[in-house]
Design a protein around this ligand. Structure first.
Ligand SMILES: NC(=O)C1=CN([C@@H]2O[C@H](COP(=O)(O)OP(=O)(O)OC[C@H]3O[C@@H](n4cnc5c(N)ncnc54)[C@H](OP(=O)(O)O)[C@@H]3O)[C@@H](O)[C@H]2O)[C@@H](O)CC1
Ligand SMILES: Nc1ncnc2c1ncn2[C@@H]1O[C@H](COP(=O)(O)OP(=O)(O)O)[C@@H](O)[C@H]1O
Ligand SMILES: [Mg+2]
Length: 280
């Protein structure tokens, strides 16, 4: 196992070019948030914006529009029932996140299938939460695109068939090869199995202060923002995993529990620090 450390973050996050605009930093679509789990997609969408994505569009139940906009006027919204707009806009994105708070009912399944049939080969699809559980329970065929799975250990058990005790690096790698996507197995020490490299990685940051609902939803937004902006996708994934946990470690020095929304608000400052020290 290789160690994920701050060196990767410093290598990944570079200073922004003066001659750039929002289009330079990537388009992200976040899909999820039913009536019960609106908070999950609000966190994911906020993390994508605060991580620096140029333009972010959230596809969610319209019941979540007002609360999302109250916290995050930067995000655009589309109704999760508006298949025409989704089909039209999704192919223009660099990165699509599906799953945070999506739920697992019939409507959620149809939205996942629509996403799979619309996504293009050159795009990146981050599959999280309910979307992972739906793939497992409905044996869905995966689309031909750049895939990143972000399961926690139980979601990984559902998708891989590996009981948590048998989730060893060797077994995880075997299933990753079948899925043909990058797999991030989240736990107190998250492991990353990259699709285009044989190296396996383990996070060196992270704290039990992170053990609170919405923490993984936040990670998906950071990964989306980093993959949308930075040239090397593998580095971007590793840097995102570390950044999420490192900000939590910093806040946990003075806090018993760290809230996902606090990690989000600290992203721009941490990223500026990493960009300044890119050549250290
Ligand atoms: N504010 C919001 O809107 C929020 C919305 N959310 C959304 O809810 C949806 C469902 O996601 P979910 O993760 O809550 O539920 P599920 O997939 O059933 O997994 C839980 C089961 O797995 C087990 N488990 C074992 N190992 C584990 C591990 N390392 N990490 C975690 N769990 C582990 C665990 O064991 P236990 O706790 O019983 O010991 C339990 O039996 C999803 O769309 C998500 O985005 C949430 O993000 C919360 C905030
Ligand atoms: N004890 C812990 N130590 C370090 N990281 C943790 C700990 N507990 C949870 N995390 C991190 O918090 C996130 C939880 O993700 P997930 O279970 O999907 O949350 P949610 O679905 O509620 O958003 C993961 O990134 C995981 O690594
Ligand atoms: Mg989750």
């Amino acid at each position: 196992m290789q160690k994920i450390t701050e060196t990767i973050v410093k290598q990944t996050i570079s200073r922004r070019k003066a001659q750039s605009h929002k289009g330079t930093y990537g388009r992200v679509m976040t899909i999820g948030g039913n009536r019960q789990f609106g908070g999950a997609i609000i966190l994911s969408t906020s993390a994508a914006v605060y991580a620096g994505s140029g333009l972010v569009t959230c596809v969610t139940d319209p019941i979540n529009f007002a609360s999302l906009h109250a916290r995050l006027p930067e995000a655009m919204v589309i109704s999760n029932q508006d298949a025409t707009s989704i089909k039209q806009l999704l192919p223009t994105m660099d990165v699509v996140v599906i799953g945070p708070g999506l739920g697992e009912n019939y409507q959620a399944l149809k939205l996942l299938e629509l996403t799979f049939s619309t996504i293009q080969k050159q795009q990146t699809l981050i599959i999280d939460g309910s979307a992972i559980s739906l793939i497992a329970s409905h044996h869905l065929k995966l689309p031909d695109t750049h895939l990143i799975f972000t399961p926690h250990q139980m979601e990984w058990q559902r998708l891989s068939g590996l009981p948590i005790k048998e989730q060893t690096p060797r077994n995880n790698r075997q299933v990753q090869e079948k899925l043909a996507g990058t797999v991030i197995v989240k736990s107190h020490r998250t492991e990353v199995y990259l699709a285009t490299s044989k190296n396996n990685w383990r996070n060196t940051a992270g704290t039990a202060a992170m053990a609170t609902g919405g923490m993984g939803d936040t990670l998906t937004g950071i990964i989306a923002g980093f993959v949308a902006q930075f040239a090397d996708s593998n580095q971007a994934v590793l840097a995102a995993v570390y950044t999420h946990s490192k900000i939590a470690d910093y806040l946990a020095k003075k806090q018993y529990v760290v809230l996902p929304s606090q990690i989000i608000t600290h992203l721009p400052e941490y990223m500026a620090k990493m960009a300044q020290s890119e050549n250290d």
